[in-house]
Design a protein around this ligand. Structure first.
Ligand code: AMP
Length: 288
């Protein structure tokens, strides 16, 4: 496994892999890898000859009061995990090279960023789309793999790739969960034991919403109220948003039809957690 820090070296490596006829996949991560990340890499390998994982905690997607400094880091452990899953290259650029002071360009996706996390994390998605574009330009992948855990991020990147005619296939991977249902996240490491227990109510509230839909409730307001009530029964959790929305545009839905996204963001103590599920008619299969 090659570990590359420099942008020019990464571009050279990808160029020569391409010239040799390889299909390149990219799995962008911010490190502190867990089984969710490993699943992304496993799928990326299935779809390519050479898999590149990027490891970069991108400062521009964190707000001034967010956890950039505190974000968990374990480079050595991450490299071991990447090697064990069979990554061919780990690209870990440094902030100074990714964002020199002379840099003046950013990539912005408009409407789909104006919902959900876009409302409470101003500028976050501009940071995401800019860094993902840069990572694409550094690693030149044919395929890139993202998790549905960050559902809006995936929707925004799909939109960006379409709008900017990027010749990259985007693959979305279902949420990987702990055995008790908590969606895996690097930020789970912030939770103390009581907060960890409270965090389980996210998954429970997704299940409640699904149950209500299958029992015939299609009124989004009623489902959201029931979900809010359930979450508010937990003293340690504060709701940021509960949204029932269109899975592509992310616009709020009043009435659930064939397929609706339920997306949640909460704060458990100081830790911001997100979770989501697609609520869909039984038997309906959507594109990964
Ligand atoms: P991060 O390192 O948190 O930026 O995540 C890197 C990639 O892993 C993103 O595409 C995430 O959506 C994905 N990811 C993170 N956690 C999970 C999970 N529990 N299941 C599936 N994908 C995940």
């Amino acid at each position: 496994m090659k570990v590359i820090e420099s942008v020019a070296q990464m571009q050279e490596e990808s160029e020569s892999l391409r010239r040799a006829g390889n299909v390149i996949s990219l799995v962008p991560t911010m490190g502190f890898l867990h089984k969710g990340h490993l699943e992304l890499m496993r799928v990326a390998k299935e779809h390519s000859d050479k898999m590149v994982m990027s490891l970069f905690i991108n400062p521009t997607q964190f707000g001034p009061s967010e956890d950039f400094e505190a974000y968990p880091r374990d480079t050595e452990g991450d490299l071991e995990k990447a090697q064990s899953i069979g990554a061919d290259v780990v690209f870990m650029p440094v902030v100074e090279e990714m964002y020199p002071e002379s840099s003046q360009t950013s990539v912005r996706v408009e409407r789909v960023t104006r919902h959900l996390c876009g409302l409470s994390r101003l500028g976050h998605f501009d940071g995401v789309t800019t860094v993902v574009t840069k990572l694409f330009n550094c690693t030149k992948p044919h395929v890139a793999v993202f998790g549905q855990k960050d559902y809006q991020q995936l929707a925004v990147i799909r939109r960006m790739v379409m709008d900017l005619d990027m010749d990259i296939r985007i693959i979305g991977i279902p949420i990987i969960r702990e055995p008790d249902g908590l969606a895996m996240s690097s930020r789970n490491s912030y939770l103390d034991p009581d907060e960890r227990k409270s965090a389980l109510w996210l998954k429970k509230s997704l299940e409640l919403a699904e149950k209500m839909y299958y029992e015939g409730t299609t009124d989004a307001g009623r489902i959201k109220a029931a979900v809010a009530l359930l979450i508010q029964s937990q003293a340690l959790i504060d709701i940021d948003y509960i949204s029932l929305c269109d899975p592509v545009t992310l616009e709020e839905t009043k009435t659930l039809r064939d397929e609706t996204l339920l997306a949640l963001a909460v704060r458990v103590g100081q830790t911001r957690l997100i979770d989501n599920c697609l609520i869909r008619k039984r038997g309906k299969i959507s594109k990964p």
